[in-house]
Ligand binder design. Structure first.
Ligand code: OXD
Length: 328
């Protein structure tokens, strides 16, 4: 067993690197550290933690990493690391698939129930000390379309299916479905089928194939009163088309947790639009989630040092991990 050189770049928060030092020769360089290109030039493994900063891409161009064999991101979606030079590099890219699935699925359910049970009005009426009886809507018996049936989308489908919702999915290409999905459509079918669903739940990763997938035409064909939730990536949906449809009273609620521009600017019209639930990319971030990400990282470093197969290797062409090995 060798002791590989591991470079950790904490972009947002920082992982606890102490346990990794037993497995690797760990160096930490922050995105704007002038040593970053040097550290990258000799690193054999690179860990980008909690976000992405263009400094990594810029340092990459300067360093032209020769020794690098593995890059890991603490994100579930690896899109922010799929810049052209890394895409073309022979190193393997791994992501933190699986860790956030259950929490993101619960968050999607919470958003849908907030709309169907009109909880946003309830909270406002409570603030006003106002007793106002209203009718709410049922979840059971509804039809949901999950756009992106990877590990997050599948977990979401399981949850809704258990509550009596008929769930279908949209995947990279149409294929025979198995529970929890009743049918799996290819992306081309989306404009034709979207009008059959009460709930449109977007959990797709960002790739050239998914950018703009839920575009203006798809939004226009949504069923009146449909509820839309996006926990995938902002650019997968046309935010302007959704906003216009919501303001025109054509949709029953739109919850967006991910945005084309993050943070969402303070002057965005989304903040004040009735029927919108605006959240700051937190769907999967329940208490203790960083500990679970650190456990996965530790297991990855152990495997890397031992020359074993890594978990959740990203298919750089399609932009997501296709391995489904259960993470620790
Ligand atoms: C993500 C994450 O990929 O929060 O969106 O990890």
């Amino acid at each position: 067993m060798t002791t590989p050189h591991l470079l950790v770049v904490p972009v947002g928060s920082s992982p606890d690197v102490a346990p990794l030092r037993e497995l690797a020769d760990v160096r930490v360089a922050h995105p704007h550290d002038p040593d970053l290109p040097d550290a990258l030039a000799t690193a054999e493994g690179l860990v980008v933690w909690d976000g992405f900063d263009v400094a990594v891409e810029r340092a990459w161009e300067t360093a032209r990493p020769q020794a690098l064999r593995w890059v890991h991101t603490s994100s579930a979606g690896p899109d922010r690391l799929l810049f052209p030079a890394l895409r073309a590099h022979p190193s393997r890219l791994t992501c933190s698939r699986g860790i956030l699935d259950a929490d993101i699925a619960e968050y999607v359910l919470a958003c849908v129930l907030a709309f169907l049970k009109d909880l946003t009005t309830t909270v406002r009426r409570q603030d006003e000390h106002r007793w106002q009886h209203r009718l709410t809507r049922s979840l059971a018996g509804r039809r949901a379309l999950v756009v992106g049936a990877g590990s997050i989308g599948t977990r979401t489908a399981q949850l809704f299916s258990a509550l009596g919702v008929d769930v279908d999915g949209v995947v990279r290409s149409a294929r025979p479905a198995a529970p929890p999905f009743g049918a799996l459509f290819g992306p081309d079918a989306l404009p034709d089928v979207v009008g059959d669903y009460d709930l449109v739940l977007v959990a797709a990763p960002l790739s050239p194939a998914t950018r703009g997938l839920v575009g203006a035409q798809v939004v226009q064909r949504m069923r009146p009163g449909a509820v839309v939730v996006n926990v995938g990536r902002g650019p997968v949906v046309d935010e302007d088309a959704l906003l216009a449809a919501l303001r025109a009273g054509r949709l029953g609620g739109v919850a967006l947790d991910v945005w084309s521009t993050e943070p969402l600017p303070a002057d965005s019209p989304w903040w004040d639009t009735p029927g919108a639930l605006v959240s700051p990319h937190l769907a999967g971030d329940s208490e203790g989630f960083t500990g679970r990400l650190e456990l996965l990282l530790h297991e990855q470093v152990r495997r890397f040092a031992a020359g074993q197969e890594l978990l959740h290797v990203v298919d750089k062409e399609h932009g997501y991990a296709i391995t489904s090995t259960v993470a620790p």
